[in-house]
Design a protein around this ligand. Structure first.
Ligand SMILES: Cc1cc2nc3c(=O)[nH]c(=O)nc-3n(C[C@H](O)[C@H](O)[C@H](O)COP(=O)(O)O)c2cc1C
Length: 273
C-alpha cells in the first residue's frame, strides 16, 4: 500500500468513529445540514408503478434452520423467481414493519432511525415482471420502474466479469443517501450507513434461504458504473452493496459441509480451552 493509501485509510478510521473531543455529548451534536432531508425517495409522477403482493408475516422456514443452511450461492439455474418471492425479499430486507407518528420502522435497525438506504432491483428473471431497473418505494411496498431492458451484460461487466450475474433472478443494489444520517451524525454517517447495509444484506440472505433461493452478497463491483446504471450522481447517493438472488437446484450444500459438533468438541479439547 502506498503512503497516501495508508493515510487515507487511517484518516477514514480516525474520523468516522465516536471521539470524545469531537462528539462530547455522545449524540453526534447538531447536524451539518440545517434542513432535515426527506426520509423517503420517490420518483416523479409519470414513473410507472408496480404493486407488489402483500408479504407474509408468519410461517415459512424457521430462523434457526435458515441460519444453519444459509450459504453464499453463485451459480443459478435459468428459472424465474416468483413475484411473491421478490415481494417477500424486499419486505424482509428493509421493508416497513411498524409505524409511529411520522416514523416508519423497518426490518433492519438504523442509527437514529434515519433509514438512509434505498433499495433498487435489477430484474433479470422474475415471473410477471418486465426485465429492467426498479426502485423500491418502501412506504407503498411497490416498485417504480426506472428502465426497461436486459441489463445482465452491463451487470456482469460492472461486477468484474464474475459469473454470479449469470441466470440471476434479481440483483438488489443498496445505495447510501448520506444526507439523512449526516444531518444528525455528521462525519460518522458513512460508518453507520455501511454497518446498516450489513444488517439489510443479512436479512436478504436469510430470507432468500428461507424461500429456498440462492443468494450472495457482492462487494466487488465498480461503484461509479453502478451509480451510472441506476442514474445516480454518486455524491449524495451512491451504490455500495449488491445482493444477488436466483433459483438454485438445491438449497442445502453437501452434508459434509455441515458443522460437525464432535469434531469441534475434539478441537476445543485438544487446545485445552
Ligand atoms: C462485505 C462482503 C462482500 C462480499 N463480496 C463478495 C463478492 O464480491 N463476490 C463474491 O462472490 N462473494 C462476496 N462475498 C461473500 C463471501 O465470499 C462469503 O460470505 C464468504 O465466502 C463466506 O461464505 P458464506 O457466505 O457461504 O458463509 C462478500 C461478503 C461480504 C460480507
Amino acid at each position: 500500500m502506498s503512503w497516501l493509501e495508508e493515510r487515507i485509510a487511517e484518516l477514514y478510521h480516525e474520523m468516522t468513529r465516536w471521539r470524545r473531543d469531537l462528539h462530547p455529548e455522545g449524540r453526534g451534536g447538531p447536524g451539518v445540514l440545517s434542513e432535515r432531508p426527506p426520509f423517503f425517495k420517490t420518483y416523479e409522477n409519470g414513473t410507472p408503478v408496480i404493486s407488489l403482493p402483500r408479504p407474509a408475516f408468519t410461517g415459512g422456514m424457521s430462523l434457526w434452520q435458515s441460519l444453519h443452511i444459509r450459504r453464499s450461492r453463485r451459480r443459478y439455474i435459468p428459472e424465474p423467481v416468483s413475484l411473491e418471492n421478490l415481494s417477500q425479499l424486499l419486505w424482509a430486507a428493509y421493508g416497513v414493519t411498524a409505524t409511529k407518528g411520522e416514523n416508519f420502522y423497518r426490518s433492519a435497525p438504523s442509527a437514529g432511525a434515519r433509514y438512509p438506504i434505498e433499495t433498487y432491483v435489477v430484474v433479470n428473471n422474475v415471473d410477471g415482471l418486465t426485465a429492467g431497473i426498479y426502485h423500491y418505494e418502501v412506504r407503498g411496498h411497490r416498485l417504480e420502474q426506472l428502465k426497461v431492458g436486459d441489463f445482465s451484460a452491463e451487470l456482469r461487466s460492472i461486477g468484474l466479469g464474475r459469473p454470479v450475474f449469470q441466470n440471476v433472478g434479481a440483483v438488489f443494489v443498496l445505495t447510501a443517501v448520506i444526507g439523512r444520517t449526516r444531518w444528525r451524525y455528521r462525519e460518522i454517517a458513512t460508518w453507520a450507513v455501511y454497518i446498516e447495509g450489513g444488517h439489510i444484506m443479512q436479512n436478504l440472505c436469510l430470507a432468500a434461504t428461507a424461500l429456498k433461493l440462492g443468494s450472495c452478497p457482492i462487494g466487488a463491483f465498480f461503484g461509479d458504473e453502478m451509480d451510472n446504471l441506476l442514474g445516480l450522481e454518486g455524491k449524495e447517493e451512491w451504490a455500495f452493496y449488491v445482493g444477488t438472488v436466483g433459483r438454485v437446484r438445491e438449497i442445502a450444500q453437501e452434508p459434509e459441509e455441515w458443522l460437525d459438533w464432535e469434531l469441534l468438541d475434539g478441537e476445543i479439547k485438544a487446545r485445552g480451552s
